[in-house]
Design a protein around this ligand. Structure first.
Ligand code: SF4
Length: 203
């Protein structure tokens, strides 16, 4: 199944009782991760069962199939990102799953929002506000999310060539635009819903 087909399938299998943005975000992440199952999502069987119950009750068989594959353990860096996210989690039932997924997808080379299958960086920021709001507060300078997470994990001294960002030649790398296309064609082509279709607050 292609990532776009998986996204469509998950959206059709979703419960109408959950915030549509949550459903869209999780469906996007799972759909893209499913395309590269050799790397795994990081989620274990219990997590997939939990997602079936809370978000995608009609998708239990396909989520179960994803969970049945071997799940590579996180390496030290990935575990550190996961722990960091969990330390700042808002306390909702989906926070842990997002922490695991985000930490695993940080290993891919594109912008984090792209490697999560989201439509834009704005969607990732919205996801972070919902599930890791205190991290958003700490990222008040709006650093790129992957850079920000690794900077917290690794410490300024080990990753930064300058003591302050304003003096650093790498400033554009850490704070520049995060333009680009979504890695899910349905979103890229505007077929799937985009951020504008998901109001911040439910009516
Ligand atoms: S701009 Fe330079 S100092 Fe600031 S986080 Fe990036 S690498 Fe570190």
């Amino acid at each position: 199944m292609t990532p776009d087909a998986a996204y469509r399938w998950l959206m059709l299998a979703a419960t109408p009782e959950v915030d549509p943005f949550e459903v869209h975000a999780m469906a996007s992440i799972l759909a893209l991760a499913a395309d590269d199952l050799s790397a795994g999502t990081g989620l274990d069987r219990r997590a997939f069962d939990d997602l079936s119950v809370h978000l995608f009750p009609g998708a239990a068989p396909i989520l179960g199939a994803m969970a049945d594959r071997h799940v590579p353990d996180p390496d030290v860096e990935e575990q550190a990102v996961r722990d960091l996210l969990l330390m700042y989690a808002a306390g909702g039932c989906l926070d842990r799953h997002y922490a695991v997924l985000i930490a695993r997808r940080c290993r891919w080379p594109h912008h984090l929002w792209q490697d999560l299958g989201l439509a834009s960086r704005a969607e990732l920021s919205r996801l972070m506000r919902s599930h890791f709001p205190r991290l958003v507060e700490r990222n008040a300078a709006d650093m790129k999310w992957k850079k920000f997470l690794y900077r917290l994990v690794c410490g300024v001294a080990s990753v930064c060539p300058a003591p302050t960002c304003s003096d650093c030649d790498d400033f554009p790398t850490c704070f520049g635009d995060e333009d680009g296309e979504s890695r899910l064609a349905r979103i890229r082509n505007g077929i799937a819903a985009n951020s504008a279709a998901f109001p911040e607050e439910r009516p």
